[in-house]
Every structure is written in C-alpha cells, then in structure tokens.
Design a protein around this ligand. Structure first.
Ligand code: ADP
Length: 193
C-alpha cells in the first residue's frame, strides 16, 4: 500500500497529475476541492457551508473538512492506496490524517510538492477561470488571497512531514508529461525504500 500527498499551491497542477497517477499506481484519488464542488453543485448543507469560505478564497473550517475526508477514506476499505490532493492544508488536518492512517493500519509514505512560482500560478488560474466556471478562479484578489492562505497556513504542512523525513519537491514547470515523469521517478524512489 502506498499513500501519497500531492502538495503545492493552488493552480500548481495537482488535479491534472493526480488523475494520471491514480492509473499508474492504482490509487484512490481524494481531492477535497472536488468533493466540495460536488457538494456545492448539489446544494447540500455541506456545500452551502463550504461555499461562503470558498468564494472568498478562505479555507473551509478544519472540523468540516476533516469529517468529509474521513468519510471518503472509510468508504474505500479495500483501496490499495490513496493520493490526497488539496488535503491536508493545515497542521490540524495533517495530524488528523496521520491519526486516521494509523487507525486504518497504515501511514502516509510521502508528500510530494509541485514547485511553481506565484506569478506563474496566478496566470494559470486566470486561464483556468476562463473555462472552469469556478468563481474562485476569476477574481485576482481572491486568487491572491488563496495564495496568501497557502503560504501562511499550508506551507507548514511541508515542514511537518519533512520532520518525519517524508517531504519531497518536484519542479512543477514544464509539460504535463515531463512533470508526470518527475513525479513517477520520485514515487518509485520512495517505493524502493
Ligand atoms: P486549488 O488547489 O486550485 O486552490 P482546490 O480545488 O484544491 O483548488 O480547492 C478549492 C477551495 O476549496 C480552496 O480554496 C478552499 O476554500 C477549499 N478547500 C479545498 N481543500 C480544503 C482543505 N483541505 N481545507 C480547507 N479548505 C479546502
């Protein structure tokens, strides 16, 4: 079993790469952003709760996010591994994830961060916003707020897993295929340990 965290700022390409990695490594992909968008699309109570935070570029409160994540993990008892995308985004989320993995008799094996500079991701998100219909992708102030939140609340998660010797970085600039090859090389190295 291999459990991975795909890490990186908004717009760094986590979703694109995760979609390819699940096929190569037979993993269950859990994207908290996708889960929230699904709930918002169906206008569920959870979706309504998340919407006010997401539309401002803020994080949804930990208790809500962690509960949703736990349900999703527990829905896949036979998974041969997970790839977490957009989670954990805070230290309490990382602690909750480690706790959950221990309960499941497993662990997080690696966190891999896609490195992309701020100005590049702003351009990418605006481009995505033109077609994604995501309101959080269309306003530069909201995008900048998401990046600020990432730098303040989420980057400590990299250090948290670095203390466990599990954090790695990959250059997130290049073609989708080049980046995929870098990620696979990193995962294969972790797997060989
Ligand atoms: P991106 O990586 O482009 O920001 P996501 O789809 O991962 O996009 O997330 C979109 C929004 O959903 C975030 O800006 C945040 O408001 C909310 N969200 C997603 N994951 C989490 C999380 N783990 N904790 C809190 N909020 C989250």
């Amino acid at each position: 079993m291999i459990n991975l965290i795909l890490f990186g700022p908004p717009g760094s390409g986590k979703g694109t790469q995760a979609a390819n990695l699940v096929q190569r490594y037979n993993l269950v992909h859990i994207s908290t952003g996708d889960l929230f968008r699904y709930e918002m699309g169906n206008n569920t109570p959870l979706g309504q709760q998340a919407k006010s935070y997401i539309s401002r570029g803020e994080l949804v409160p930990d208790a809500v996010t962690i509960g949703m994540l736990r349900n999703k993990v527990e829905a896949h008892p036979d998974a041969s591994g997970f790839i977490f995308d957009g989670f954990p985004r805070t230290i309490p989320q990382a602690e909750a994830l480690d706790h959950l993995m221990t309960e499941e008799g497993t662990a997080i094996h690696a966190l891999i961060a896609l490195q992309v500079a701020d100005e590049e991701i702003i351009q990418r998100i605006k481009l995505r916003g033109a077609t994604s219909g995501r309101t959080d992708d269309s306003d530069e102030n909201i995008i900048r707020n998401r990046i600020n939140v990432y730098n303040k609340e989420t980057t400590p998660v990299f250090d948290y897993y670095a203390q466990q010797g599990k954090s790695h970085s990959v250059n997130g600039l290049g073609s989708v295929y080049e980046i995929f090859d870098r990620l696979c090389a990193m995962i294969d190295a972790v797997n060989a340990d």
